[in-house]
Design a protein around this ligand. Structure first.
Ligand SMILES: C[S@@+](CC[C@H](N)C(=O)[O-])C[C@H]1O[C@@H](n2cnc3c(N)ncnc32)[C@H](O)[C@@H]1O
Length: 262
């Protein structure tokens, strides 16, 4: 039996809070790491003093970078309660708590008023939202007129996904509902946002998959408690599959910049 939308969301939020994920992915949970985050921030034209929303803020790394390097205030929203609590603790530790705050919330019901945000970022998460049209409408709702949204995400062609890759998608709990870029563009347009830029960053996804492969191999030897439940043979098999999907152009990673009309 398939999972309900609420179950998919909860499963994704719980999965990304595991210590093993931090060991495998590092500080930021998206392809391209901090370099791509900086590029997105420049692409949406962040200016010091602006208020930015990071939708699905995860460990908070993006929010901390935006606050310290771009001089903005950041509201992070994530469905993972533990992730939100940890990120708020980190904000305190880094002396950024006056400018960075995380709230527990759903991208499909953003806990912020209409037209209260200057810019929105959403990295490697839009593909996970079961109701993408509502999530896009929520981003448009909280943005001030003239504000921009920068989304980076896995873009797949579901028609070309084979059964094994579909099970990989289920296994990482999140990329099962990734779509072709054209569909993301259409959804943002339907939410009233004008798409200005789309860019392929497929190399970033290829590098991330290679990194996951290398870390899994190292962790298999290290045998640390956080990874004792991982079935390494199956995990490595699936990573090899993902590597082929990226190489064959079935899976990629894209940046989309859109603007709410002034
Ligand atoms: C791949 S991680 C990306 C985290 C962060 N954006 C980054 O790049 O480091 C996906 C994140 O989406 C969050 N998430 C999934 N569904 C969500 C939803 N409906 N609303 C808010 N956050 C959600 C998960 O809890 C997880 O932190």
């Amino acid at each position: 039996m398939g999972m309900t939308a609420e179950e998919i969301k909860a499963c994704c939020a719980v999965s990304y809070q595991q210590d093993a994920v931090a060991l495998i992915l590092g500080d930021s949970y998206h392809p391209g790491g901090l370099e791509l985050t900086r590029h997105v921030a420049r692409s949406i034209g962040l200016q010091p003093g602006q208020r930015v929303l990071d939708v699905a803020s995860g460990p908070g790394t993006t929010a901390f970078l935006l606050a310290s390097e771009f001089g903005v205030e950041v509201d992070g929203v994530d469905l993972g309660e533990l992730a939100v609590a940890k990120a708020n603790l980190l904000a305190e530790e880094q002396g950024l708590a006056d400018r960075v705050h995380f709230d527990h919330g759903d991208a499909e019901r953003i806990p912020l008023p209409d037209a209260s945000i200057d810019a929105v970022m959403c990295e490697c998460a839009f593909c996970t939202f079961p109701d993408k049209a509502t999530a896009a409408a929520e981003m448009a709702r909280v943005l001030k007129p003239g504000g921009r949204v920068g989304i980076t995400d896995v873009a797949l062609d579901p028609a070309r996904l084979d059964a094994e890759l579909q099970s990989l998608a289920g296994w990482v709990a999140c990329i099962a509902d990734a779509r072709p870029v054209a569909q993301y563009v259409e959804m943002l347009g339907a939410a009233g946002l004008e798409v200005m830029v789309t860019e392929a960053h497929d190399d970033a996804l290829a590098r991330m998959v290679d990194q996951i492969d290398a870390r899994l191999r190292a962790l298999r030897i290290a045998k640390v408690p956080a990874v004792e439940n991982i079935d390494f043979d199956t995990a490595l098999e699936r990573v090899a599959h993902a590597e082929r999907a990226v190489r064959d152009g079935i899976a990629g990673y894209s940046l989309i910049v859109a603007e709410k009309p002034a």
